[in-house]
Design a protein around this ligand. Structure first.
Ligand code: FES
Ligand SMILES: [Fe+2]
Length: 453
């Protein structure tokens, strides 16, 4: 599906790699505003990578569908009559009209509103008005089914799709860190997405919204008013000296507060009943059950931080919300907030959790008002002729930390507030952008760091 990239002459491999200097943490501001880089991102980041589509609970029955995006391409994720999930490009093969207009729902088939072409749930073209008369039988329907994602797969009930036939399997793409991040959502049991995805648009580049999720430096300052108002217990969630970072292949990362090893050793000895009665650490309403260790790993389970599944899926509030940062041009990002709650959660818990979800993030979220303003002003300054010539400084903690590697393969950094996650994001981004295809990316990308970082 992916054709050969026609690079803007400004952006050859060397100039893309020079946009971020891992040795100093200096980021070229043009990554936040350049049109040609943005167009290349749609191909080399979004169409090439595995993108989150929806959760099992959103499409439980044949005919249930949910609309999502791969970059700016709209995708229909629909459960077929055979129970399998089809991920189809939402564009009619006649003249390109958007076929499905609702954000989610149930359908027996899809009929285009322009000239009435009719498609089955698996994308097959099953009806064309005037096929015998106007086309005079001269139309090969078998060649004009809806285009499909090159690969679609799921992990723990989360459905993903890629337009790249040569992308590695989802399991390998996620790696330890991506899988640990997704496991955070279901670490305490089965979950379901609450009806109603909150959507809003912020005038910022999508990457600055992504890099902010690793940024535990801004919380005390940017969100001071939320702390003063009492909606946010800053001391309870910050733990600036107990931070834990996990950096995974292809750009995945988890960063934020972590339970210290000694404290986790005590938790590991507790039964599930004792855990459910104990007060939870930093922002957790309760301790994770024993089974979470199998899903997240003995060290991954210590993380209370923010995972990002590269490129743009943030998991927050200890797995209670997920947010997609969808690109809408170099200076615009659409944020989609999914709230996930335990299946059969008691009504009181549900009400409290939903209240927290609505008041923290999303269009009515106190925190997103603070963040959005900073992101849009930082994006805006990257367009100015003089200001864009100044690099951004992402040097916090650079060269001061060590990656611990366990015998089971887990890698993590126990440290204080830092900018490792942001540096890993931009380093990985330059490597994705500089590589023409998966073969080149596989051959040239940095492995997850070891040793001193
Ligand atoms: S554009 Fe869909 S039927 Fe013509
Ligand atoms: Fe924030």
């Amino acid at each position: 599906m992916l054709g050969e990239a026609r690079l803007d002459p400004t952006w050859d491999r060397a100039s893309i790699l020079a946009l971020f200097d891992p040795a100093t943490g200096t980021l070229d501001r043009r990554v936040l505003s350049d049109e040609a880089l943005y167009r290349l991102e749609l191909e080399r980041i979004f169409a090439r990578g595995w993108n989150f589509m929806c959760h099992d609970s959103q499409i439980p029955n044949p005919g249930d569908y949910f609309i999502n995006y791969i970059g700016e391409d709209q995708m229909i994720c629909v459960r077929g009559d055979d129970g399998a999930v089809n991920v189809l490009l939402n564009t009619c093969r006649h003249r390109g009209n958007a076929l499905c207009r609702a954000e989610q729902g149930h359908a027996r088939s899809f009929v285009c509103s322009y000239h009435g072409w009719h498609y089955a749930l698996n994308g097959e073209l099953i009806g064309v008005p005037g096929q015998k008369t106007y086309y005079r039988g001269d139309l090969d329907r078998s060649r004009l089914g809806l285009a499909r994602a090159a690969q679609a797969d799921s992990y723990l009930g989360f459905h993903f799709a890629t337009m790249a036939p040569d992308a590695p399997p989802l399991h390998d793409f996620l790696g330890e860190v991506g899988r640990t991040g997704l496991a955070m959502v279901c670490a305490s049991g089965e979950v379901e997405v609450v009806d109603g995805v909150q959507k809003n648009v912020i005038d910022c580049n999508w990457k600055i919204a992504v890099d902010n999720l690793f940024d535990w430096y801004h919380v005390m300052y940017s969100h001071a008013s939320a702390g003063h108002s009492g909606i946010l217990d800053l001391a309870g969630i910050l733990h600036p000296n107990n931070q834990m970072v996990m950096l995974g292949e292809y750009g995945h990362a988890i960063s934020g507060p972590g339970v210290p090893k000694e404290a986790q050793a005590k938790i590991d000895l507790m039964s599930d009943e004792e855990r459910s009665n104990a007060p939870g650490p930093a922002g957790l309403s309760r301790l994770r059950p024993k089974s979470a260790t199998e899903l997240m790993g003995p060290n991954g389970v210590r993380s209370l931080g923010h995972p990002n599944i590269f490129p743009n899926l943030w998991i927050t509030l200890n797995g209670m919300q997920m947010c997609l940062r969808l690109p809408r041009g170099p200076s615009k990002t659409e944020l989609w907030w999914f709230t996930l709650l335990p299946k059969n959660a008691p009504p009181q818990f549900r009400q409290r959790a939903l209240r927290a979800a609505i008041h923290m993030f999303g269009p009515a979220g106190l925190l997103e008002q603070d963040d959005g303003e900073n992101w849009s002003q930082s994006t805006r300054s990257s367009r100015g002729f003089s200001s864009r010539r100044l690099g951004q400084a992402l040097s916090m903690g650079l060269g001061h930390d060590e990656v611990t590697e366990e015998a089971n393969g887990e890698r993590y950094i126990d440290t204080c507030v830092n900018e490792h996650g942001q540096r890993w994001l931009y380093r990985s981004w330059t490597e994705w952008m500089a590589a023409r295809d998966w073969a080149e990316l596989e051959a040239s990308h940095s492995p997850a760091p070891t040793g001193r970082v």
